[in-house]
Design a protein around this ligand. Sequence first.
Ligand code: NAD
Length: 361
Amino acid sequence: MELKITCIPGDGIGPEIVAEAKKALDAVAAKYGHNMKYTDILMGGASIDVHGVPLTDEAVETAKSADAVLMGSIGGDTTTSPWYKLPPNLRPEAGLLAIRKALNLFANLRPAVLYEELAEACPLKKEISEAGFDMLIMRELTGGLYFGERKTVEENGVKKAIDTLTYDENEIRRIAVKGFDIARKRRKKVTSVDKANVLDSSRLWRAVVEEVAKEYPDVTLEHMLVDNCAMQLVKDPAQFDVILTENMFGDILSDEASMVTGSIGMLSSASLNDTKFGLYEPSHGSAPDIAGKDLANPIATILSASMMLRYSFDLDKEADAIDAAVKEVLKDGYRTGDIMSEGCERVGCRKMGDLIVERIR
Ligand code: NAD
């Protein structure tokens, strides 16, 4: 199979971690007989330096012509980098917002996995962390409170701010379909999170999710109120498979779920549109403090590449090979600095990539 992939190395540690993810993809391609066609584009600070803007129309067209996009990270040190003296619409992060919009990416997926070998990094009680967890938060990305009408007015000398939370049934249906499709590739359970005891938008959310669930009789659906979900994430995270939720709840819960893994360098993510197309990137930033020093953990990006194989190309076996290689490297005691613990061998970014590639082969 030919896989057309646009790569955005980006800024900071971005080029280093994307190089390692490409190595892992090349190893998969060699083993399973695929043909990778990569095209690099500039985004963020790297694009500002060359073109004066964080994303060009040509770069967007190149991204659109691919089957999927693999991204490192963008941005620099926000206090010292000259990029942050520019107006907000010309700063590195504006490129990321623009590409998400141009590609119509409405579904954000963030897995939160606690690896047995990294259980020590988990801030939860030992009896909870020992059980491990492997969940995926599916967050609606283009609707809800963050995109509703807003205004600040003054009435009788009192300032009043208004934000609007709106969802229509089509927006809910398309994210629910994605959630159930992805649950089918996992442990076949969806927890739909809302605030249906208070919000109309949540009552509609719940009704539409139930309607969609009828098309997926093999997937178990449960509903959970968002406040309870926030508690359950720290009390019993092992109960979750796919958490399906709206934009603001997903924003908060996905950060909470990430933090309970305790390892930022391990967290992958994906943003999908209504085709198989997706943009895959680590959840962390460009880590300018360690850029160019061969210190970055490339695993989040390598696992993002694995998500790309699974969700954009339906190459589950190939994705499993990457996931298994990552687990094996951890089991064999290799760690980058960010996940280092006593008795393990500390390695750099390139070496970590090499060790994973060896295990894919
Ligand atoms: P960050 O995630 O870049 O770094 C936070 C801390 O985690 C740093 O100490 C860093 O060294 C460490 N870290 C992050 N990733 C690591 C990895 N793979 N291996 C080892 N250590 C790692 O967050 P920040 O410092 O707040 O932001 C730095 C820049 O990244 C900013 O310009 C910010 O806007 C940008 N950013 C970009 C994205 C993105 O590209 N999607 C996301 C978040 C932040």
